[in-house]
Design a protein around this ligand. Structure first.
Ligand code: KIV
Ligand code: ZN
Length: 537
């Protein structure tokens, strides 16, 4: 094993997905997993197999599809969890069981009601049990940074003896400072007699904004696996952002002389896919992947950049896959130029998808003089859907003004039939969404709505993200159009199609609804008994 090679363990689909608003369905998790493999993560934690049928199926599907990356499932240190994890990952090229038990007195006393010696025994027995099933076993000492160091060393040595090839020392509650990480990892490296038979990992949460600094401190002290998520998503304040760790190492190799398999040029594409799937974009000033991460606004900076980019740029946009040359297409551009640009922007689309996007692009080019990269990205991201399309927008008319109640008449298509409803509301968006709700006859409440312009100009595309809830789950949707009402209806329909897809899956017993029904009493409209009318067919 090369001494300075570090391993990147990605838990975007497990610890990351636990964060509110980030849950993904099976197709989305598979798409994300394929991109994480293209990014070059060494291990991908695909879920917590015993947590739900949905989790189990996604871990299993990801295990079956990844070609090189190790696929892990989390499990408590319990036989039934380990069995489920094994059943889910065993089809992987490189399966890994990741089992954990808390080791801090606080967790042992109040959460597990267990003594240290009981915990030591359970951890050891369960690692041995897992190792009899799977060649790669990782053990995590939950809340390691608040665990008595002597006891931690004892646990690490025992689980290595029992067969763990990776021992993770998580900063579960994001409490540690870099000095603490250094002391903890340094002590374990020095005191544990069989340390040469395992890799030490660090898994840092960001409650004090120190997750990346702590991960780097852990590496400096001898850890060789870091665990984190794309864009730092995760429980509470999130996990260490893997792109930040990777770029810190690439940029400061003088202080951090580590190597890894991550292809940093795939970072932007990966972060974009995460945003596209979850509907949550990175904060504009987020390091590495924020929209402003490579923007130079002030005159002094721009002047310096023109003279020599090193004045204000510590890493190039290209090194993280940001395209610096922009390209403009118009209504006379052909399919070939359009497809070529999509490939340059990093999208891998089927012929069918390109064809349907091209029609959307022509539509847009008719309304907008020039179509730039940001327009194309918005178009791709709003139209590449992962759920089957049940309802589509046919047309709408709104009547609105500051002195009147808004009215919307919306016509939707389902198969070859059209359905129309009229609804009123305090504004044209509200009225339109109520009309949609009346047509689909599945009540939902609007949980979140954001509208932003994709570019600066007056003819800019408006991009709308919505979250809706039917009391069983929260469903996201995104829509773009030069008309903000149209963008709103499109985003709502994207969410509605997901909602209906999930509803039919849970009726057929394939997926259990995961979120609690907490918004049930605030539907957009109470359901009328009026039969919806099929028009035109
Ligand atoms: O933060 C944590 O301790 C975890 C473990 C389950 C690895 O996520
Ligand atoms: Zn965690």
């Amino acid at each position: 094993m090369e001494e300075n090679r570090i391993y990147i363990f990605d838990t975007t689909l497990r610890d990351g997905e636990q964060a509110p608003g980030y849950s993904m369905n099976l197709d989305e998790k598979v798409r994300m997993a394929l991109q994480l493999e293209a990014l070059g993560v060494d291990v991908l934690e695909a879920g917590f197999a015993i947590a739900s049928e949905g989790d189990f199926s996604s871990v299993q599907a990801i295990a079956a599809i990844l070609k090189e990356t190790a696929v892990a499932s989390l499990s408590r240190a319990l036989k039934k969890d380990i069995d489920a994890a094994w059943q889910a990952v065993k089809g992987a090229k490189r399966p890994r069981i990741h089992t954990f038990l808390a080791t801090s007195d606080l967790h042992l006393q109040y959460k597990l009601k267990m003594s240290r010696s009981q915990a030591l025994m359970q951890a050891t027995e369960m690692v041995r049990y897992a190792r009899n099933l799977c060649g790669e076993v990782e053990f995590s000492a939950e809340d390691a940074t608040r665990t008595d160091l002597d006891f931690l060393c004892e646990v690490v040595e025992a689980v290595i003896d029992a067969g763990a090839s990776v021992v993770n020392l998580p900063d579960t509650v994001g409490y540690a400072l870099p000095e603490d990480m250094k002391r903890m990892v340094g002590t374990v490296m020095k005191r544990v007699a069989n340390i040469d038979r395992a890799i030490i990992a660090v898994h840092c949460h960001n409650d004090l904004g120190l997750a990346v600094a702590n991960s780097l401190a852990g590496l400096k002290a001898g850890a060789r696996q870091i665990e984190g998520t794309l864009c730092g998503i995760g429980e509470r304040a999130g996990n260490a952002a893997i792109e930040e760790v990777a770029m810190a190492i690439r940029t400061r190799s003088d202080e951090l002389p580590f190597t890894y398999a991550l292809k940093t040029e795939e970072i932007t594409k990966s972060a974009r896919l995460l945003g596209q799937i979850t509907g949550i974009k990175a904060n504009p000033s987020k390091a590495i992947v924020g929209a402003n991460a490579f923007a130079h606004e002030s005159g002094i900076h721009q002047h310096g950049m023109m003279a020599n980019s090193l004045t204000y740029e510590i890493m190039t946009p290209e090194s993280v896959g940001v395209m610096t040359t922009s390209f403009v297409l118009g209504k006379h551009s052909g399919m070939h130029a359009f497809e070529k640009r999509l490939v340059e922007l990093g999208y891998t689309l089927t012929k069918e998808e390109v064809k349907s996007l091209f029609a959307e692009f022509k539509n847009l080019a008719d309304r907008k003089k020039t179509v730039g990269d940001r327009d194309l990205i918005a178009l791709v991201e709003s139209t590449t859907q992962t759920s089957p399309v049940v309802w589509e927008l046919d047309n709408f008319v709104v009547n609105s003004g500051n002195l009147m109640t808004s009215t919307a008449c919306v016509t939707l298509r389902k198969g070859d039939k059209k359905y129309q409803e009229v609804a009123r509301g305090t504004g044209p968006v509200y009225a339109s969404l109520r009309a949609v709700e009346k047509i689909i006859r599945h009540p939902f409440s609007l949980e979140d709505y954001t509208l932003q312009a994709v570019t600066e100009h007056r003819d800019a595309l408006g991009e709308v993200f919505v979250k809706i809830s039917d009391g069983h789950g929260i469903y996201r949707g995104r829509g773009v159009s030069t008309d903000v009402i149209e963008a709103s209806i499109l985003s709502c329909l994207a969410a509605v199609n997901r909602m209906l897809d999930e509803a039919s899956l849970s009726r057929s017993g394939s997926v259990k609804p995961t979120s609690a029904p907490n918004f049930a009493n605030d539907m957009l409209s109470s359901h009328s008994d009026k039969k919806k009318e099929a028009i035109d067919g």
